[in-house]
Design a protein around this ligand. Sequence first.
Ligand SMILES: [Zn+2]
Length: 63
Amino acid sequence: MTKDEDKAFEAEIKAKYSGGTCPCQTGFIEKKKSSLREVVCKKCGAVFKTNRDTDYCWRCEKK
Ligand SMILES: [Zn+2]
C-alpha cells in the first residue's frame, strides 16, 4: 500500500466515523482487506459478495 492510498483509506474511515457509522459495521475494513466483489449467482440469480473466483453463491456451490 502506498502512502497516498493510506491517506485515502484514513480519510474514508474518518468520513465513516463522522457519519456516525462504525467502519466495522459497514464491512468496509473487511472489504478493503479481502477485496470482496459483487457477484450474481449464475444459478439462482442472488447477488452476493465473495473474494473467491466463483460464479455461484455459497448455497448453490454446496450442492
Ligand atoms: Zn445461487
